[in-house]
Structure formats: structure tokens, C-alpha cells
Write a protein that binds this ligand. Sequence first.
Ligand SMILES: Cc1cc2nc3c(=O)[nH]c(=O)nc-3n(C[C@H](O)[C@H](O)[C@H](O)COP(=O)(O)OP(=O)(O)OC[C@H]3O[C@@H](n4cnc5c(N)ncnc54)[C@H](O)[C@@H]3O)c2cc1C
Length: 393
Amino acid sequence: MQTARPIIIIGAGPVGLCLALALGRAGVPVAVYEQDDALNSDIRASTFHPPTLEMLDEWGVLDAVIAQGFIVRELAYWERRTRQRVATFDYAAIANDTPFPYRVQCPQHILTRVLKPAVEQLPCASVHMGHRYLDHVDGDNGVSVTFETADGLKTVEGSFLCGADGSRSAVREKLQMPFEGMTYADRFLLIGTDYDFETIFPEFGAVNYIFDPEEWVIILRLPDLARVVFRLKDGEDESFAMSEDQLRQRMWRFIGEEVPFNIKTTQLYRVHQRVAASFRRSRVLLLGDAAHINNPAGGMGMNSGIHDAHALAAVLAQSWPQVAETQLDQWSDQRRSVARQNVSTYSDKNYKDMAAKDAEYRQQRNAELAATAADPEQARAYLLRAAMLADRI
Ligand SMILES: Cc1cc2nc3c(=O)[nH]c(=O)nc-3n(C[C@H](O)[C@H](O)[C@H](O)COP(=O)(O)OP(=O)(O)OC[C@H]3O[C@@H](n4cnc5c(N)ncnc54)[C@H](O)[C@@H]3O)c2cc1C
């Protein structure tokens, strides 16, 4: 395949913008088209794992992200009922495996605000807001893509079309690409608060998974608030659960007393585990949430999408404007296999562990986690998986 027309990316989310930055820095012409007039500012992913930090560093944007977030060197598991730490993993165990043996907590809307100007500074890259992808024609020599804009319909020509347009991807729909998997019965209820959890969990860290057979909790600290994620059980009424009174009751049950706290933000969302049947069809490629979505336990969704972008940019840029079809197929197969075998399996196990009900299983889980964390070699192996370093391809 030979072509010199720009690569068209749909979606200015973290994945689309990372792909644009990687391609633009390699001198490959690229144009991003985003349906909204402004970048998304919802509370979504906030964890950056070490391989992602390596990629952001390579692209020259890591310092700006760290400056607006913070470094976390421990991962902690707790029991809700006893308020005891089950295990603490110290990222020092992977100090020889990566130049960044830690994770960074920083909201994804900060990342996109760092990426967009970095892309726009590149002479061969551009970002077009207010362009909603509608349709495309995949021809022998390139793609022709139609957008809806405030000025009417617009068609642009490109060499490849990269669908980084999120979990409801219109590009994936247009391809009629199956998105196989399942939706969890539980929903996730997020409360952003300024409450200081150290008052109930002594030596509380920044990343905490709190086991409970009835209502597990995940608490992640961000620069300006703590994100508390509760399980909303199948059958619980959404509007009742989201009323201010019920949000306070839920927090007070967890804290153990009726203390004052501010609710800064709330969110309720469904969680899915799905992977597209292929990440490539001819000149159209799918990546990020458009290609795979998983349970957020473990913070792997956005990270694995950025890893898709890093690997795809390497294939497209390698001998641009020549691009080998076999390498594109290999990229699709490898990234799909990572999404299915590593990300989905690991995230699902994390999730099931948090909610495990059987007393014997829970005891064994806690004993195994504590023993793993205490043994440097086992702790390293555990963290290589949790930090996504084992996914490298
Ligand atoms: C409520 C919520 C909470 C989450 N929490 C976590 C978490 O705690 N940890 C974690 O790891 N992950 C989490 N995720 C997942 C994480 O946010 C995603 O993995 C990540 O955003 C994927 O990035 P992306 O660029 O592929 O897609 P997105 O961030 O969804 O970006 C897609 C972009 O494409 C644009 N777009 C869509 N359709 C079109 C169109 N037709 N034309 C042009 N543009 C279009 C959208 O406007 C958007 O800007 C969460 C997701 C949600 C929804």
C-alpha cells in the first residue's frame, strides 16, 4: 500500500490525540476530527501505568502531565469490615523493569488538554473540532470521509481512517464490526469528595481497593478530590441511589458515622467487557474504546488504548508512505489478543476478587495477596501484570 494523503483520525480523546502526536512527530501527515466543539471534561480515567509513562515521555508530554497530577508508589488492598490492610505492593519491586516504577494519578481531561496543543504545534498535524464523522468510502487508493459541521457536510480524502471515537464508535458501526462481550449486572456509582479517608483508614494511600462481599469500594486520590466508587447492585433504583440524601447515607455507612463532607461530583455508569472482532478492515483501523472496553478495576482502559496508538503509529510511520498490509494485520491481531487475554482477564479477576462472597475464598485471597506482596520476586511478577508491563509487544 502506498499513499501520501493524511491519516484521518476520528475522535480527540486521549487515544486519538496520542496517535496524532506519535504520527506527527514522525513526520507522517495526520488530521484529527472531533464531533464536539470542546474537549471532553468528564471524570473518567485517572491512572497512568509505567509503559504509558514511557510513551508520554517519548512524545515529550510526560512532565506536563506529572506537573498536574502526582506520583503514587504504592498499591493497597483493604478489608472494609475490619479496616485492615490486606496487602501493600511497593512499586520499588519493578525498579529494574522501567524508568518509571510508579503510577501517576491525573484526570484524563488534563492529558487531552496537554496533547491537543502539542499536536497542533506540529507542521504536518491538525485538529478539527466540530466535525462529526458520518460515513466513509474505502477505496483502492485511500478513504473518503464525510463529516457534519456547522457549515454543512464536508468530505475529506485520506490514506487511512482510524476510528478512535470511543465505545459507541460510529466508525465501528459503519463497518458492522461485531463488538463481542458482555455487560456487568452491577453499575458503578462515583462520588467525588474532599473527605479525608485517613481518619478511618490509618496510612491510607492514593490507590485503594477495598474488599467487601456486599459493597466493595475503590478510592483513588486525585490532586483536588478523592474519587470513591461504590458498587450499585443489580435492581437498585438509579434515581433513588443518586439522590443527595442516599449518597450521604451510602458514604456514612462506609465511614461509620455521620460526619460532614462535600460532594463535589457524582456519576453513575454501566461497565462492559467487549472486544471488536477485528481492529482492521482494509484501510480502516479501530483503537482505544472503539476497539475494546473493559471493567475499570485496575485502571487499564485508557492505558491499553494509548498502547494501541503507540504500536499503530510505529507500524504506519515505519516506512511511510509505504505501509505493509501484513504489519497492519499483525498489529490488529496482537492488540486484540492483549485486549482479550491480558486486559479483560486481569480487570475481570480484579473485579471478582473485590466482590468475592465465599468466606474461605476471601481468606485465601487475602493470605495469597499478603504473601505475594511480602516476597520481592512474587511482588515483582504481580506488579509487572498490574502495571501492564507484561503486555508489552
Ligand atoms: C464514566 C466513565 C468512567 C471511566 N472510568 C475509568 C477509570 O476509572 N479508569 C480507566 O482506566 N478507564 C475509565 N474509563 C474508560 C476511559 O475513559 C476510556 O478507556 C478512554 O476515554 C478511552 O479513550 P478513547 O480516546 O478511546 O475514547 P474517548 O475518550 O471516549 O474519546 C472518543 C472521542 O471521540 C469523539 N467522537 C465520538 N463519536 C464521534 C464522531 N462520530 N465523530 C467525531 N468524533 C466523535 C468523542 O466526542 C470523544 O472526544 C471510564 C469511562 C467512562 C465512560
